[in-house]
Design a protein around this ligand. Structure first.
Ligand code: ATP
Length: 456
């Protein structure tokens, strides 16, 4: 049966994603046994594999495939002056209002603006407080005394770690403009509204790349990076009709930004920001030069030692948010039979094979007659190159369904014929079609399938 002929259930709710994520070990609520911690989530065995693979996919795209980009892993804790220079101490705020009656807290920019003007609570109709600014940075204390002198912040973005290291990297790695620095790491924001699962959390991961260019060449590279980042999602196997661009209007643009676009993904709750591509001008390095007193100019040795502060084009993506997009995008409830019972439907995650937590599951048709031994032997052969799973319990159909639910693209089944002629069957997750393949060419077969994978 070909996958495109199968009936699919169109409506996807966040509840379905949350439920599958928990049931199959992708994402758990943080500190669940204590009632959960708002804004924090734990990644289970499948979730951590998926997250690592997305990060690796992005890392390869940005560093290995771009000769002029190098990596960095900066500390989460940074000198507090960094956040004064960056403008976060002063400006990294959300506008907040509280309802005096039901005590619910809202972001003033996210509620009905007419109700806000009337100071009317959108939930209970009670009276709202005046709007006030709320800084999103988490503060903590470093050192033995807690008298405010050891104030330190948990970084709210990874970008500043790149800016303060830009000179180190130019010098140590002899980088010439234009060049980029890529980083994946944790960021923390005291978000007020943390609904929608892992979409907006207080602790999350970012994948950011800052590209340093000569002033005047910024528009050209801004366009280049917009194209590159769009093409990345195509490679990732995301349905492109669920993506769109959103250009920041004058009122949305950060005060330092010359131009900014978001790539938005159509989540179950609608189109929302997935990643931003920003032209940050020379704002960041100029500010760090001012606050640190260190010269942040680039010396252009190929052009008569001309000096200038580079402009920065930033591509800023949320890793955990991208994981949510990949999960939603991959999810499908599909009708695969017509017997009138629950078994007619399967839940399947159509992950790109490079992202799937398990690439190959090895399943002996029976435990007995030496099939299990043969299957274990084949798994041992595969696991050097692929992440594998082994499952010998239950009916084969049920075992396929379990693999479909975690998005395993290939199931290798060992049956009686395997013993006779040394062939195995490989079931394709998306089409559910099976090919019989000689054991000796299994690796080559899988390599070919992965390389030529296209989402149907
Ligand atoms: P918003 O306006 O929605 O609060 P932002 O525009 O400030 O977000 P950026 O600072 O541009 O977001 O962050 C870059 C990327 O980091 C976002 O596109 C998103 O993918 C991710 N991100 C930002 N905040 C969060 C969060 N609280 N939880 C998860 N991911 C986040």
């Amino acid at each position: 049966m070909a996958a495109q002929n199968l009936e699919t259930q169109e409506s996807l709710s966040m509840e379905k994603i949350v439920s599958l994520a928990k049931r199959r070990g992708f994402v758990f609520q943080s500190s669940e046994i204590y009632g959960g911690q708002a804004g924090a989530w734990d990644y289970g065995p499948m979730g951590v594999e998926l997250k690592n693979r997305i990060a690796r996919f992005w890392w390869k795209e940005m560093t290995q495939l771009h000769d002029d980009i190098v990596g960095l892993d900066a500390a989460i804790l940074m000198h507090p002056r960094v956040w004064e220079a960056s403008g976060h101490v002063e400006n990294f705020t959300d506008p907040l209002v509280d309802c005096k009656k039901c005590k619910t807290r809202f972001r003033a920019d996210q509620i009905d603006q007419d109700k806000l003007a009337r100071k009317e609570c959108p939930d209970c109709g009670g009276e709202l407080t005046d709007t006030r600014k709320f800084n999103l940075m988490f503060k903590t204390n470093i050192g033995p005394v807690d008298d405010g002198t050891g104030l330190i912040y948990l970084r709210p973005e990874t970008a500043q770690g790149i800016y303060v290291n830009y000179k180190n990297i130019v010098q140590s790695n002899r980088m010439k403009i234009p060049f980029g620095i890529a980083q994946v790491g944790k960021a923390f924001r005291n978000e007020i509204v943390t609904k929608n699962f892992i979409f907006r959390t207080c602790e999350f991961e970012q994948m950011e790349m800052q590209y340093f260019v000569k002033p005047g060449e910024d528009d050209k590279f801004f366009d280049y990076w917009r194209e590159q980042r769009w093409a990345y999602y195509e490679k990732l196997g995301v349905r492109m009709d669920r993506l769109r661009w959103h250009r920041h209007g004058k009122d949305e643009l950060a005060h330092y930004a010359k131009d900014a676009y978001d790539i938005e993904y159509e989540f179950p709750m609608g189109f929302k920001e997935l990643e931003g591509v920003h032209n940050r001008t020379d704002y960041d390095l100029t500010r760090h030069q001012e606050f640190s007193g260190k010269d942040m100019q680039y010396i252009d040795q190929d052009n008569g030692n001309a000096r200038y502060i580079p402009y920065i084009i930033e591509t800023s993506a949320g890793l955990t948010r991208q994981l949510l997009a990949v999960l939603c995008d991959a999810y499908e409830d599909q009708k695969v039979a017509d017997k009138g019972n629950d078994d007619d439907w399967r839940t399947v995650l159509h992950f790109h094979p490079l992202l799937a937590p398990v690439t190959v599951a090895v399943l002996p048709l029976m435990k007995k007659d030496g099939l299990a031994e043969l299957a274990r032997d084949i798994r041992a052969e595969l696991k050097e190159d692929y992440s594998t799973d082994y499952d010998q319990s239950g009916a084969i159909g049920r075992r396929y369904r379990r693999q479909d639910e975690i998005g395993t693209p290939y199931c290798v089944t060992i049956d009686y014929q395997s013993k006779e002629d040394g062939t195995v069957t490989v079931r394709d997750r998306d089409s559910m079609l099976q090919d019989r393949v000689p054991r000796a060419s299994l690796q080559e077969y899988l390599r070919g399938k992965i390389k030529s994978y296209k989402r149907v």
